[in-house]
Design a protein. Structure first.
Length: 136
C-alpha cells in the first residue's frame, strides 16, 4: 500500500493473434472465480515491471516483457481502494505453454468477448475502453 492508502496493482495486457489473455481469480481469494487481467500487487521497493514479471511467472509460468502503460484506474471495494495500472506486455517466447499454479482458468479472448465475461469490477472500465478501440 502506498502513502495515499491506495493498493497499487499492475495488470498485463498480453496479446496473441489479436486476442488478450485473461484469468479467473483463484479459489479462496477476494472475488474468486471472476475474470481479470493477469498481474498483482506491487511489493515494497518493486517497480511495476518487476511486479508484472514476478506475478505472471508465479501464476502462469510465463516470462513476459513489459512495455508501456496504457491505462490506469482507481476502484473502491468495501474496505479498500485499488489503483490498477495496465501495461502492454508480450511473451518472451511466443510458444511458451501456460501452467497455472493456483488452479484458475485462463482464456485468450477477443476484446469484444471480454464483455461476455464476469470481470472483477475494477477491470470493467478498462475492458470497455479496449472494446471501444482506444487500446489497440
Amino acid at each position: 500500500m502506498n502513502k495515499s492508502g491506495l493498493i497499487r496493482v499492475c495488470a498485463a495486457v498480453i496479446r496473441d493473434n489479436g486476442r488478450i489473455l485473461v484469468c479467473t481469480r483463484p479459489a479462496g481469494k477476494h472475488l474468486e472465480g471472476l475474470w481479470e487481467f493477469p498481474g498483482g500487487k506491487t511489493d515494497p521497493g518493486e517497480t511495476d515491471e518487476q511486479c508484472l514479471r514476478r506475478e505472471i511467472k508465479e501464476e502462469l509460468s510465463l516470462d513476459v516483457i513489459v512495455l508501456d502503460q496504457i491505462f490506469s484506474t482507481e476502484y473502491s471495494y468495501p474496505g479498500k481502494t485499488v489503483e490498477i495500472i495496465f501495461y502492454r506486455a508480450f511473451q518472451e517466447e511466443p510458444l511458451q505453454r501456460i501452467h497455472v499454479t493456483e488452479k484458475q482458468e485462463y482464456e485468450w479472448m477477443d476484446v469484444t468477448g471480454l464483455a461476455k465475461l464476469e470481470l472483477v469490477p475494477a477491470d470493467v472500465g478498462f475492458a470497455e475502453w479496449l472494446a471501444s478501440g482506444e487500446g489497440r
